[in-house]
Design a protein around this ligand. Structure first.
Ligand code: ADP
Ligand code: ZN
Length: 296
């Protein structure tokens, strides 16, 4: 069984792990995201220690962004335009590769999670699907015909514009670039600012969740119409509110209004819009999955 290293690089914390898959994680460590020097230093130290014991074949990095996942670009493997202090123009993949002398796979956190869900989780057998996370931000990645989606840069599904009725919801939105884009209206911190309390303290029958499901369903409608995914996986802290799933499914059916004539949507919406099969481990296992895919 080949062993890989995975780095789930979040804006708040880094999780590093070594293993071959969900049933075989041999070591794991996490620490806060501080400066690039300190954080990458700790990351490198962890893997150097692990390499004394394990024959690690490659490292996968599933990172916050924006990042450059284009192997032909001069800034491939960089964190690029992030507002996160100190991280702008950081050669993430290059530093790791040089220090550890191993092949490195590098992609967004959501594309990593998608790769993990593809190999071991809820996307099983489907080559065209979307993975969305609704947490501190709102991001999306996924695959088309078995390939992770890249293009000019990488998808920024969270920043799509959706209808916003300011009479019903006067909240101006949280996105520093767009205000009331999907992320601005539906990310965890937006829920908290709008209702003035921590999202996990809002009871399941609070109107916050109907509004949240409404915005997320509008986003899904657009994604279904543009990418024609065979499944949509929804993870992240906000989706721990499992009452959102039936609400979102119902609203998506209503919004599409019978237009997309697929039994997967019309008859099997319960298996069309689903939580991650890997649960909260989809991030770190996604990073390991990115490492695995470099060697395939
Ligand atoms: P990140 O996006 O930083 O990687 P998460 O996906 O865990 O991390 O998202 C964190 C956000 O999700 C928090 O800011 C909070 O708004 C929201 N959140 C976390 N737990 C819950 C919960 N149980 N119910 C609703 N919202 C939650
Ligand atoms: Zn935005």
């Amino acid at each position: 069984m080949d062993v890989f290293g995975g780095i789930e690089a979040g804006g708040t914390k880094f999780v590093c792990a070594v293993g071959s898959g969900p049933d075989d994680i041999r070591a794991q460590e996490q620490f806060s995201t501080t400066t690039p020097e300190e954080t990458l230093g700790k990351t490198i130290e962890f893997f150097k220690e692990q390499m004394k014991k394990e024959d690690i074949k490659a490292i996968g990095i599933a990172t916050f962004g924006p990042a450059d996942p284009d192997p032909d670009s001069p800034t491939y493997g960089y964190i690029t335009s992030t507002p996160k202090p100190g991280w702008r123009n950081t050669d993430f993949a290059g530093n790791i590769k040089e220090a550890l002398n191993l092949p490195v796979g590098f992609d967004t956190d959501v594309n990593g999670a998608a790769q993990g869900e593809y190999i071991w989780g809820a996307a099983g057998g489907l080559d065209t699907f979307i993975y969305l996370t609704i947490g501190t931000g709102l991001g999306g990645g996924g695959m088309v015909r078995g390939k992770l989606i890249h293009g000019l840069i990488h998808p920024e599904m969270g920043h799509m514009r959706i209808p916003h009725d300011r009479e019903k919801d006067p909240y101006q939105g949280k996105c520093p670039y767009h205000g009331d884009c999907l992320e601005g209206l539906a990310c965890g911190p937006a829920i908290e600012e709008r209702w003035g309390q921590k999202a996990h303290t809002l009871p399941p029958d609070h109107p916050a969740w109907d509004l949240e499901a409404h915005y997320l369903a509008l986003g899904l409608h657009n994604l279904i119409c543009t990418l024609s995914p065979r499944r949509i996986i929804m993870g992240g802290g906000v989706m721990k509110q499992s009452q959102l799933f039936p609400k979102i499914r119902k609203k998506v059916l209503k919004l599409l209004n019978g237009y997309i004539q697929s039994p997967e949507i019309l008859e099997h919406i319960d298996r069309y819009i689903v939580p991650p099969g890997l649960g909260e481990r989809s991030g770190v296992l996604g990073a390991i999955a990115l490492a695995k895919s470099v060697t395939m």
